[in-house]
Design a binder for this molecule. Structure first.
Ligand SMILES: C[C@@](CO)(OP(=O)(O)O)[C@H](O)COP(=O)(O)OP(=O)(O)OC[C@H]1O[C@@H](n2ccc(N)nc2=O)[C@H](O)[C@@H]1O
Ligand SMILES: Nc1ncnc2c1ncn2[C@@H]1O[C@H](COP(=O)(O)OP(=O)(O)O)[C@@H](O)[C@H]1O
Length: 284
Protein backbone atom coordinates (compact mmCIF):
# COMPACT_ATOMS: atom_id res chain seq x y z
CA UNK A 1 0.00 0.00 0.00
CA UNK A 2 2.87 2.38 0.78
CA UNK A 3 3.37 3.32 -2.86
CA UNK A 4 -0.24 3.23 -3.94
CA UNK A 5 -0.15 6.19 -6.34
CA UNK A 6 -3.70 7.22 -5.82
CA UNK A 7 -6.42 5.60 -3.83
CA UNK A 8 -9.95 6.41 -4.89
CA UNK A 9 -10.97 9.16 -2.45
CA UNK A 10 -9.12 12.50 -2.07
CA UNK A 11 -8.82 14.41 1.22
CA UNK A 12 -7.45 17.80 0.20
CA UNK A 13 -5.64 20.39 2.32
CA UNK A 14 -7.10 23.83 3.04
CA UNK A 15 -5.56 27.23 3.50
CA UNK A 16 -6.98 29.94 5.74
CA UNK A 17 -6.52 32.89 3.36
CA UNK A 18 -7.27 35.12 6.33
CA UNK A 19 -8.01 34.28 9.96
CA UNK A 20 -9.47 36.84 12.38
CA UNK A 21 -10.27 36.00 15.99
CA UNK A 22 -13.17 38.13 17.11
CA UNK A 23 -13.97 36.77 20.57
CA UNK A 24 -14.04 33.87 22.97
CA UNK A 25 -17.14 31.86 23.90
CA UNK A 26 -18.06 30.73 27.40
CA UNK A 27 -16.90 27.17 26.54
CA UNK A 28 -13.38 28.47 25.70
CA UNK A 29 -13.73 28.06 21.91
CA UNK A 30 -12.95 31.14 19.84
CA UNK A 31 -15.21 33.03 17.46
CA UNK A 32 -13.51 33.34 14.08
CA UNK A 33 -13.94 35.05 10.75
CA UNK A 34 -11.92 33.11 8.21
CA UNK A 35 -11.69 32.37 4.51
CA UNK A 36 -11.14 28.73 3.53
CA UNK A 37 -9.84 27.68 0.14
CA UNK A 38 -8.76 24.17 -0.88
CA UNK A 39 -5.55 23.21 -2.65
CA UNK A 40 -4.89 20.29 -4.98
CA UNK A 41 -2.54 18.58 -2.54
CA UNK A 42 -4.29 15.64 -0.86
CA UNK A 43 -4.20 12.62 1.36
CA UNK A 44 -5.79 9.64 -0.41
CA UNK A 45 -8.12 7.07 1.09
CA UNK A 46 -9.93 3.91 0.06
CA UNK A 47 -12.75 2.01 1.71
CA UNK A 48 -14.07 -1.54 1.56
CA UNK A 49 -17.39 -2.13 3.33
CA UNK A 50 -17.45 -5.40 5.29
CA UNK A 51 -20.24 -7.36 6.91
CA UNK A 52 -18.18 -7.68 10.13
CA UNK A 53 -18.89 -5.23 12.96
CA UNK A 54 -15.28 -3.94 12.79
CA UNK A 55 -13.36 -0.88 11.57
CA UNK A 56 -9.79 -1.46 10.45
CA UNK A 57 -7.29 1.18 9.26
CA UNK A 58 -4.17 0.48 7.19
CA UNK A 59 -1.97 3.55 6.85
CA UNK A 60 1.51 4.80 6.12
CA UNK A 61 1.28 7.33 9.00
CA UNK A 62 3.43 5.33 11.37
CA UNK A 63 2.69 5.13 15.08
CA UNK A 64 2.38 8.94 15.56
CA UNK A 65 -1.38 8.77 16.07
CA UNK A 66 -2.96 5.89 17.99
CA UNK A 67 -5.95 4.24 16.31
CA UNK A 68 -8.16 5.42 19.18
CA UNK A 69 -7.20 9.06 18.39
CA UNK A 70 -7.28 8.77 14.60
CA UNK A 71 -9.94 11.07 13.16
CA UNK A 72 -10.62 8.57 10.37
CA UNK A 73 -11.68 5.85 12.79
CA UNK A 74 -13.50 8.38 14.98
CA UNK A 75 -15.46 9.57 11.93
CA UNK A 76 -16.32 6.03 10.81
CA UNK A 77 -17.40 5.12 14.34
CA UNK A 78 -19.58 8.21 14.71
CA UNK A 79 -21.39 7.49 11.40
CA UNK A 80 -21.84 3.85 12.37
CA UNK A 81 -23.29 4.79 15.77
CA UNK A 82 -25.47 7.60 14.44
CA UNK A 83 -27.06 5.38 11.78
CA UNK A 84 -26.95 2.09 13.72
CA UNK A 85 -25.13 0.56 10.74
CA UNK A 86 -24.40 -3.08 11.62
CA UNK A 87 -21.37 -3.74 9.37
CA UNK A 88 -17.90 -2.25 9.22
CA UNK A 89 -15.12 -1.25 6.84
CA UNK A 90 -11.52 -1.71 5.94
CA UNK A 91 -9.88 1.65 5.29
CA UNK A 92 -6.60 2.53 3.58
CA UNK A 93 -4.85 5.88 4.03
CA UNK A 94 -1.97 7.23 1.94
CA UNK A 95 -0.86 10.15 4.16
CA UNK A 96 0.78 12.90 2.16
CA UNK A 97 -0.18 16.09 4.02
CA UNK A 98 2.06 17.34 6.82
CA UNK A 99 0.40 16.87 10.22
CA UNK A 100 -0.36 19.70 12.59
CA UNK A 101 0.63 22.28 10.01
CA UNK A 102 -2.63 24.25 9.74
CA UNK A 103 -3.48 22.46 6.47
CA UNK A 104 -6.37 20.57 8.08
CA UNK A 105 -5.30 17.11 6.93
CA UNK A 106 -6.80 15.25 9.89
CA UNK A 107 -10.10 17.10 9.55
CA UNK A 108 -10.10 16.47 5.81
CA UNK A 109 -9.48 12.73 6.32
CA UNK A 110 -12.45 12.69 8.72
CA UNK A 111 -14.65 14.53 6.22
CA UNK A 112 -13.74 12.19 3.36
CA UNK A 113 -14.42 9.19 5.60
CA UNK A 114 -17.90 10.47 6.46
CA UNK A 115 -18.76 11.26 2.83
CA UNK A 116 -17.36 7.99 1.45
CA UNK A 117 -18.84 5.64 4.05
CA UNK A 118 -22.21 7.38 3.88
CA UNK A 119 -22.20 6.52 0.17
CA UNK A 120 -20.73 3.01 0.44
CA UNK A 121 -22.80 1.95 3.45
CA UNK A 122 -25.86 3.63 1.86
CA UNK A 123 -26.69 5.26 5.18
CA UNK A 124 -28.43 8.10 3.37
CA UNK A 125 -27.45 11.12 5.50
CA UNK A 126 -27.75 14.54 3.82
CA UNK A 127 -24.74 16.82 3.47
CA UNK A 128 -26.15 18.99 6.31
CA UNK A 129 -26.46 15.95 8.58
CA UNK A 130 -22.91 14.84 7.76
CA UNK A 131 -21.66 18.37 8.49
CA UNK A 132 -23.37 18.37 11.91
CA UNK A 133 -21.82 14.98 12.70
CA UNK A 134 -18.43 16.22 11.44
CA UNK A 135 -18.50 19.34 13.64
CA UNK A 136 -18.41 17.10 16.73
CA UNK A 137 -15.06 15.75 15.49
CA UNK A 138 -13.45 19.14 14.82
CA UNK A 139 -14.24 22.75 13.94
CA UNK A 140 -12.74 22.37 10.44
CA UNK A 141 -14.54 19.17 9.40
CA UNK A 142 -17.77 20.77 8.01
CA UNK A 143 -16.01 22.92 5.40
CA UNK A 144 -14.32 19.83 3.97
CA UNK A 145 -17.68 18.01 3.76
CA UNK A 146 -19.28 21.03 2.11
CA UNK A 147 -16.46 21.10 -0.45
CA UNK A 148 -16.62 24.72 -1.61
CA UNK A 149 -14.42 27.68 -0.68
CA UNK A 150 -16.15 29.53 2.11
CA UNK A 151 -16.22 32.53 4.36
CA UNK A 152 -16.69 31.06 7.83
CA UNK A 153 -17.88 32.44 11.14
CA UNK A 154 -18.79 30.95 14.51
CA UNK A 155 -16.02 28.47 15.36
CA UNK A 156 -15.62 27.94 11.63
CA UNK A 157 -18.90 26.08 11.03
CA UNK A 158 -21.18 28.89 9.75
CA UNK A 159 -20.28 28.78 6.09
CA UNK A 160 -21.07 30.99 3.13
CA UNK A 161 -19.76 29.89 -0.27
CA UNK A 162 -17.46 32.38 -1.97
CA UNK A 163 -15.67 32.62 -5.29
CA UNK A 164 -12.19 34.06 -4.91
CA UNK A 165 -9.14 34.03 -7.21
CA UNK A 166 -7.43 30.62 -7.55
CA UNK A 167 -3.70 31.41 -7.61
CA UNK A 168 -0.81 29.00 -7.38
CA UNK A 169 0.69 28.67 -3.93
CA UNK A 170 4.13 27.79 -2.69
CA UNK A 171 3.52 26.17 0.71
CA UNK A 172 6.45 25.88 3.10
CA UNK A 173 6.43 23.34 5.93
CA UNK A 174 8.64 24.52 8.83
CA UNK A 175 10.10 21.66 10.80
CA UNK A 176 8.06 22.29 13.93
CA UNK A 177 4.69 21.19 15.31
CA UNK A 178 2.39 23.97 16.50
CA UNK A 179 -0.45 22.83 18.76
CA UNK A 180 -3.78 24.49 17.89
CA UNK A 181 -4.94 24.19 21.51
CA UNK A 182 -1.72 25.80 22.82
CA UNK A 183 -2.06 28.83 20.53
CA UNK A 184 -5.74 29.31 21.37
CA UNK A 185 -4.94 29.15 25.11
CA UNK A 186 -2.06 31.62 24.95
CA UNK A 187 -2.61 34.86 26.94
CA UNK A 188 -0.97 36.98 24.22
CA UNK A 189 -3.19 35.79 21.38
CA UNK A 190 -5.04 38.65 19.65
CA UNK A 191 -8.70 37.78 20.20
CA UNK A 192 -10.48 41.12 19.83
CA UNK A 193 -10.34 41.89 16.12
CA UNK A 194 -13.53 43.79 15.24
CA UNK A 195 -16.15 41.75 13.37
CA UNK A 196 -16.70 43.05 9.86
CA UNK A 197 -19.13 42.13 7.12
CA UNK A 198 -18.05 39.63 4.48
CA UNK A 199 -17.79 42.23 1.68
CA UNK A 200 -15.39 44.48 3.63
CA UNK A 201 -13.29 41.50 4.68
CA UNK A 202 -12.95 40.08 1.18
CA UNK A 203 -12.01 43.51 -0.20
CA UNK A 204 -9.62 44.39 2.65
CA UNK A 205 -6.08 43.40 3.61
CA UNK A 206 -5.91 39.70 4.50
CA UNK A 207 -4.06 38.72 7.67
CA UNK A 208 -3.87 35.98 10.28
CA UNK A 209 -4.30 36.90 13.96
CA UNK A 210 -2.26 33.86 15.11
CA UNK A 211 0.74 34.70 12.96
CA UNK A 212 2.57 37.24 15.19
CA UNK A 213 2.36 34.96 18.23
CA UNK A 214 3.46 31.82 16.34
CA UNK A 215 6.33 33.70 14.68
CA UNK A 216 7.50 34.98 18.05
CA UNK A 217 7.41 31.51 19.62
CA UNK A 218 8.76 29.52 16.67
CA UNK A 219 11.80 30.96 14.82
CA UNK A 220 11.37 28.23 12.17
CA UNK A 221 8.04 29.81 11.18
CA UNK A 222 9.47 33.35 11.28
CA UNK A 223 12.39 32.28 9.06
CA UNK A 224 10.21 30.50 6.51
CA UNK A 225 7.93 33.50 6.26
CA UNK A 226 10.69 36.05 5.89
CA UNK A 227 12.25 33.93 3.11
CA UNK A 228 8.92 33.55 1.28
CA UNK A 229 8.05 37.25 1.57
CA UNK A 230 11.02 38.01 -0.68
CA UNK A 231 9.14 36.29 -3.52
CA UNK A 232 5.42 36.80 -2.96
CA UNK A 233 2.68 38.10 -0.64
CA UNK A 234 2.72 35.44 2.08
CA UNK A 235 0.96 34.45 5.31
CA UNK A 236 0.51 31.62 7.76
CA UNK A 237 -2.43 29.20 7.50
CA UNK A 238 -4.56 28.36 10.56
CA UNK A 239 -2.50 28.18 13.73
CA UNK A 240 0.56 27.25 11.66
CA UNK A 241 3.17 26.09 11.20
CA UNK A 242 2.78 26.15 7.38
CA UNK A 243 3.07 29.38 5.45
CA UNK A 244 2.05 30.08 1.86
CA UNK A 245 2.95 32.59 -0.83
CA UNK A 246 0.66 33.49 -3.74
CA UNK A 247 1.92 33.34 -7.33
CA UNK A 248 0.18 34.19 -10.61
CA UNK A 249 1.54 31.11 -12.41
CA UNK A 250 2.69 27.58 -11.60
CA UNK A 251 6.00 28.38 -13.28
CA UNK A 252 6.70 31.33 -10.95
CA UNK A 253 5.84 29.23 -7.87
CA UNK A 254 8.08 26.37 -9.06
CA UNK A 255 10.96 28.78 -9.71
CA UNK A 256 10.74 30.07 -6.13
CA UNK A 257 10.48 26.45 -4.83
CA UNK A 258 13.71 25.58 -6.65
CA UNK A 259 15.52 28.35 -4.74
CA UNK A 260 14.34 27.40 -1.24
CA UNK A 261 16.91 26.54 1.42
CA UNK A 262 17.51 22.78 1.70
CA UNK A 263 16.42 22.69 5.34
CA UNK A 264 12.85 23.72 4.43
CA UNK A 265 10.25 21.37 2.97
CA UNK A 266 7.75 22.78 0.52
CA UNK A 267 5.42 22.11 -2.39
CA UNK A 268 3.50 23.96 -5.08
CA UNK A 269 -0.28 23.60 -5.30
CA UNK A 270 -3.23 25.23 -7.06
CA UNK A 271 -5.91 27.10 -5.12
CA UNK A 272 -9.36 25.54 -5.68
CA UNK A 273 -12.80 26.94 -4.93
CA UNK A 274 -14.28 23.43 -5.32
CA UNK A 275 -12.55 20.65 -3.46
CA UNK A 276 -11.30 17.51 -5.22
CA UNK A 277 -13.75 15.55 -3.04
CA UNK A 278 -16.67 17.63 -4.33
CA UNK A 279 -15.40 17.42 -7.94
CA UNK A 280 -15.26 13.62 -7.63
CA UNK A 281 -18.89 13.58 -6.47
CA UNK A 282 -20.01 15.76 -9.37
CA UNK A 283 -18.04 13.78 -11.97
CA UNK A 284 -19.34 10.36 -10.93
C1 LIG B 1 -7.54 27.31 13.68
C2 LIG B 1 -8.14 26.49 12.59
C3 LIG B 1 -8.60 27.41 11.45
O1 LIG B 1 -8.96 26.71 10.33
O2 LIG B 1 -7.24 25.58 11.96
P1 LIG B 1 -5.96 24.67 12.19
O3 LIG B 1 -4.73 25.50 12.32
O4 LIG B 1 -6.15 23.79 13.39
O5 LIG B 1 -5.93 23.83 10.95
C4 LIG B 1 -9.33 25.67 13.10
O6 LIG B 1 -10.43 26.45 13.43
C5 LIG B 1 -9.07 24.68 14.17
O7 LIG B 1 -9.91 23.60 13.90
P2 LIG B 1 -9.61 22.13 14.39
O8 LIG B 1 -8.17 21.78 14.16
O9 LIG B 1 -10.67 21.25 13.82
O10 LIG B 1 -9.78 22.37 15.93
P3 LIG B 1 -10.46 21.49 17.04
O11 LIG B 1 -9.86 20.12 17.01
O12 LIG B 1 -11.93 21.67 16.98
O13 LIG B 1 -9.90 22.26 18.33
C6 LIG B 1 -8.59 22.16 18.84
C7 LIG B 1 -8.45 23.12 20.02
O14 LIG B 1 -8.32 24.47 19.54
C8 LIG B 1 -9.12 25.38 20.28
N1 LIG B 1 -10.06 26.05 19.36
C9 LIG B 1 -10.33 25.53 18.14
C10 LIG B 1 -11.18 26.18 17.27
C11 LIG B 1 -11.75 27.39 17.70
N2 LIG B 1 -12.58 28.07 16.90
N3 LIG B 1 -11.48 27.90 18.92
C12 LIG B 1 -10.63 27.24 19.76
O15 LIG B 1 -10.38 27.73 20.86
C13 LIG B 1 -9.77 24.59 21.36
O16 LIG B 1 -8.96 24.72 22.50
C14 LIG B 1 -9.69 23.14 20.91
O17 LIG B 1 -9.53 22.28 22.00
N1 LIG C 1 -5.94 11.06 10.16
C1 LIG C 1 -5.22 12.01 10.77
N2 LIG C 1 -4.35 12.74 10.08
C2 LIG C 1 -3.63 13.72 10.68
N3 LIG C 1 -3.70 14.02 11.98
C3 LIG C 1 -4.55 13.33 12.73
C4 LIG C 1 -5.35 12.30 12.15
N4 LIG C 1 -6.11 11.81 13.13
C5 LIG C 1 -5.80 12.50 14.25
N5 LIG C 1 -4.87 13.40 14.02
C6 LIG C 1 -4.31 14.36 15.03
O1 LIG C 1 -4.76 15.68 14.68
C7 LIG C 1 -3.70 16.63 14.80
C8 LIG C 1 -3.95 17.80 13.83
O2 LIG C 1 -3.79 17.32 12.54
P1 LIG C 1 -3.97 18.13 11.19
O3 LIG C 1 -5.39 18.22 10.84
O4 LIG C 1 -3.09 17.50 10.18
O5 LIG C 1 -3.38 19.56 11.52
P2 LIG C 1 -4.03 20.99 11.66
O6 LIG C 1 -5.24 20.88 12.57
O7 LIG C 1 -2.92 21.80 12.26
O8 LIG C 1 -4.35 21.46 10.32
C9 LIG C 1 -2.44 15.82 14.52
O9 LIG C 1 -1.30 16.37 15.14
C10 LIG C 1 -2.79 14.43 15.08
O10 LIG C 1 -2.42 14.35 16.44
Amino acid sequence: MANAPSLAWPAPAKLNLFLHITGRRADGYHELQTLFQFIDHCDWLDFKPTTKDELKLHSNMGPVVADSDNLILKAAKSLKLHTAYPGGAEIWLDKRLPMGGGLGGGSSDAATTLVALNELWQTGLSKQELMALGLKLGADVPVFINGVAAFAEGVGEKLQAVTVPEPWYLVLVPDVHVSTAEIFQHPELVRDTPKLDQGSLLAGQWHNDCQALVQAKYPQVANALSWLLEYAPSRMTGTGACVFGEFATQQAALEALALKPDNLQGFVAKGLNRSPLELRRVQL
